[in-house]
Design a protein around this ligand. Structure first.
Ligand SMILES: NC(=O)c1ccc[n+]([C@@H]2O[C@H](COP(=O)([O-])OP(=O)(O)OC[C@H]3O[C@@H](n4cnc5c(N)ncnc54)[C@H](O)[C@@H]3O)[C@@H](O)[C@H]2O)c1
Length: 476
């Protein structure tokens, strides 16, 4: 709108991800006159990193707020609002990209101040060390609480779950919806494999604050959110089938940080990095030396069944791994733990619509130092004699060379920007917080199952899919 003041944006969390993604994006939009970077918030303990990063940027925020590391909600509010000369006119919006245990506090602060929110996945996270499964299930209360508060305050909250705006997955969902809608046959099978090659050295499980394991959660609340969400979002097309699912049966199998520490022996590390180098680190505290603690999972497999009455509508297997091919070849943790730590993304999805169709998504990066290359392909196989069309159609969404820059991962970044634009346009139709209810239920049930199983119990549970059912979870 000509003459309208630029939207003032708060960025909560200037960690490795915001430094790679949001700050440069905000600078670009500020240069185009679309917004201004109002406030950057992070922890007092991160002062040096924050100041060093901002010193190298062309555009500066109006203010930087560094909150005490142990701040609770009220000290946080005081720190953010207390000394602000503009406290009577809150910013237009807030991007919440802190470590996820702080998501709820920042999202609540922003929504209560009437700001719109772009909320990074996962919606929230909780320290699971004391109450474990019960605490994991409270993530559902977080999602409901924030969604209701946002509605009451008339603000939009968009969740950054970018596969909902990813061109390949949008195409897949459209094709599925057409076939399921036309023939009334559901997506009968779905298989997601995501491995990211996040290779942590044993002592990093103890020391890491970003993408931590020491609070009892791991992969599911790191990148796992995306794939639980992808499963829930893609299988929405089953609402168009003759007998849509009403609940989900879930089982889990996980390996935690302590388990990984047992898989990779000291002899193997010494062989890989040299006895002398390994010896300098090998005495540091590690999960194996604190076995009584609950450690977050590095690898998890979910076996899910979408059910209608006694019948299985969809069988799904989600294989979510961090102990997988990595390009890391050093013992020291680099400053950029997001893209500079040898992560290698392998992402494959297979979907079946009974005897009518198979769709395969395939994007596997190689592990060359400095950034692997990965094509992104979608292949659709049709039962041509019955439903017509091409027997096999391939779409190469991206050539391997187009992604040779590790920092770009261009399709995901484009999709992230799409949801950022949804936030600026106050458009919650693709990824508004209220649309994440099923994802958060399934995720919370899976995390609770992982914790129960780690304590020798069963990882099985049943999750109601009807959002109006408040007794939504039963452990089995
Ligand atoms: N959409 C995606 O593909 C994607 C990719 C990477 C990360 N993420 C998400 O983005 C967020 C940030 O990721 P990251 O890798 O930078 O994580 P991170 O855990 O390293 O933390 C981000 C920053 O938050 C700060 N922080 C922690 N607690 C805080 C508090 N109470 N108040 C203020 N600041 C606080 C930390 O000091 C850090 O600088 C996470 O929610 C993560 O899940 C999303």
């Amino acid at each position: 709108m000509p003459g309208a003041p630029a939207k003032r944006i708060v960025l909560a969390g200037l960690g490795p991800y915001s430094r790679t993604m949001y700050y440069p994006l905000l600078e670009r939009y500020q240069s185009a006159g679309r917004l201004t970077i109002d406030t950057v918030v992070d922890l007092e303990s991160q002062r040096d990193i924050v100041e060093k990063y901002l010193a190298g940027r062309s555009l500066q925020p109006r203010r930087v707020v560094l909150v005490p590391d142990a701040a609770d909600s009220s000290t946080l509010t005081d720190a953010l609002d207390g000394a602000d000369p503009l406290r009577e006119t809150p910013a237009w919006g807030c991007i919440v990209a802190t470590e996820p245990r702080a998501h709820r506090a920042y999202a609540e602060w922003a929504v209560r101040r009437g700001m719109h929110v772009l909320l990074e996945k996962p919606v929230t996270a909780r320290d699971l060390r004391e109450e474990g499964p019960e605490e994991a299930l409270r993530m559902v209360e977080d999602q409901l609480f924030l969604a209701e508060l946002a509605e009451k305050n008339g603000v939009t909250v968009v969740v950054q779950a970018q596969r909902r705006a990813h061109p390949a997955y949008l195409m897949v969902k459209e094709i599925l919806a057409e076939v399921v809608g036309e023939y009334g046959i559901p997506v009968t099978y779905l298989d997601i494999h995501h491995s990211d090659g996040t290779w942590n050295m044993p002592w990093e499980f103890v020391s890491r604050d970003g993408h931590p394991y020491k609070y009892g959660y791991g992969k599911l609340l790191h990148s796992g959110y995306h794939f639980v969400d992808l499963f829930c979002w893609l299988t929405e097309v089953n609402r168009g089938c003759a007998r849509p699912p009403d609940r989900l049966g879930l089982d889990v199998s996980a390996v935690d940080a302590r388990g990984v520490d047992a898989q990779l022996t000291d002899a193997a590390y010494a062989r890989l990095f040299g006895r002398e180098r390994w010896g300098r680190f090998s005495g540091l505290p590690r999960p194996a030396s604190v076995p009584e603690q609950l450690w977050g999972e590095t690898d998890v497999v979910l076996l899910a069944r979408l059910m209608h009455g006694p019948d299985v509508v969809t069988t799904a297997v989600l294989t979510l791994l961090q102990s997988s091919l990595s390009a890391r070849s050093g013992l020291e943790l680099p400053e950029d733990t997001y893209k500079g730590n040898g992560r290698v993304r392998h992402e494959r999805v297979t979907l079946q619509v009974g005897p009518l169709m198979t769709i395969r998504v395939d994007s596997c990066q190689d592990a060359r130092p400095g950034g692997g290359r990965s094509p992104f392909d979608v292949v659709v196989y049709r039962n041509r004699g019955l439903i017509g069309g091409e027997a096999v159609s391939r779409v190469r969404m991206r050539t391997p060379d187009a992604a040779s820059d590790a920092a770009s991962d261009s399709l995901n970044n484009r999709a992230r920007e799409e949801l950022f634009r949804d936030f600026l346009a106050l458009d919650g139709r693709r990824s508004g917080l209220a649309l994440h209810g099923t994802t958060v239920r399934v995720l919370a049930a899976a995390v609770a199952g992982v914790v129960r199983a780690a304590r020798g119990g069963s990882g099985r549970s049943v999750v109601a899919l009807d959002p109006s059912v408040r007794e939504w979870h039963r452990a089995e």
